[in-house]
Design a protein around this ligand. Structure first.
Ligand code: GDP
Length: 173
């Protein structure tokens, strides 16, 4: 096999409390759709999409927790070999914001220091926000993570999250 045929594949885990929009984000990024009643029982471990980073093709594999987080039962297999992570919370769910620190710790415990971002999803519901912008920025600074504000529903900033993670991962190789 020629060296240029070797492709770069990156396993990305998307963690956060239930209902913050993780599955929807994966669907949006990999299939370009938003479905309100998207079922978690999609029967696959991950969806993938190829993006370009510095003229190289990178295959991103986005792993869905498939609802395991609701029972605090995410398996080791979910985290195994993950090379980047999204820590997601919802603009309208205070508890999900308060859980970000512990999600980061879980990822570090299982995967070590890998590129991570904090994602504040559902910014289309900003009128009903239960977190203010300052405290979110403070948390991102404290945890040394870049922050993205997304609306999976309105397709705002979703691509940027994964582009950044892929670039960060590649820059370490
Ligand atoms: P998960 O449990 O974290 O995987 O969350 P889901 O992807 O199942 O989403 C939970 C609910 O939030 C679903 O009804 C989604 O349609 C909805 N949702 C996801 N992203 C957004 C968003 O950006 N804005 C709004 N308004 N709803 C969203």
């Amino acid at each position: 096999m020629r060296e240029e045929d070797l492709e770069i594949a990156v396993k990305v885990v998307i963690v956060g409390n239930g209902a913050v929009g993780k599955s929807s984000m994966i669907q949006r990024f990999c299939k370009g759709v938003f479905t309100r009643d998207y079922k978690k029982t999609i029967g696959v471990d991950f969806l993938e999409r190829i993006i370009e980073v510095n003229c190289e093709e990178v295959r991103l594999m986005l792993w869905d927790t498939a609802g395991q987080e609701e029972f605090d039962a995410i398996t080791k297999a979910y985290y195994r070999g993950a090379q980047a992570a999204v820590l997601a919370f919802s603009t309208v769910d205070r508890v999900s914001f308060d859980a970000i620190r512990s999600w980061k710790k879980k990822v570090e415990d299982e995967c070590g220091e890998i590129p991570m971002v904090i994602v504040q999803n559902k910014i289309d519901l900003v009128d009903q926000a239960v977190v203010d912008a300052d405290e979110v920025e403070m948390l991102a600074r404290e945890l040394h993570c870049r922050l993205y504000r997304t609306s999976v529903k309105e397709d705002l900033n979703v691509r940027q999250v994964f582009q950044y993670l892929a670039e960060k991962y590649l820059s370490q190789l």
